[in-house]
Write a protein that binds this ligand. Structure first.
Ligand code: FES
Length: 120
């Protein structure tokens, strides 16, 4: 993780069920900097920035980062689809490119944190 990253509390791990995603705006910029999803019992975090157009936000509504079945991450700008566990684009205009992962941590009490720099 980046040298100047700091641990930022997001929510309780149990607040994100499998097949559900949730966006976070930890720096109060009015737009999610990252989103977190649960897939196969694991949590994954990614920057809210599509690799097709650098920095493009991906959700079409609040927390709308997944397809209807909750099996793929979707960018609603041009329909790119990404694997939840790797962030690799498997369909759409940025095929083979990756979302930028955000390191996560779940502490012993079940609290979920992201490791972020102020630039994220
Ligand atoms: S900006 Fe995400 S698919 Fe085009």
């Amino acid at each position: 993780m980046p040298e100047n990253a700091r641990r930022i509390w997001l929510c309780r791990r149990d607040d994100i069920a499998d097949g559900v995603a949730r966006g976070f705006d930890p720096f109060d910029r009015g737009q999610d900097a990252l989103f977190v999803l649960s897939h196969g019992g694991q949590v994954y975090g990614y920057r809210n920035a599509c690799p097709h157009v650098d920095g493009a936000p991906m959700a079409w509504r609040r927390d709308g980062y997944l397809n209807s079945s909750g099996t793929r991450i979707v960018c609603y700008a041009h329909g790119a689809q990404f694997l939840p566990e790797s962030g690799r684009c498997v369909q759409g205009p940025c095929l083979g490119q990756y979302l930028q992962p955000v390191p996560l941590e779940v502490d012993g009490g079940g609290e979920l944190y992201a490791w972020l720099t102020n630039r994220e």
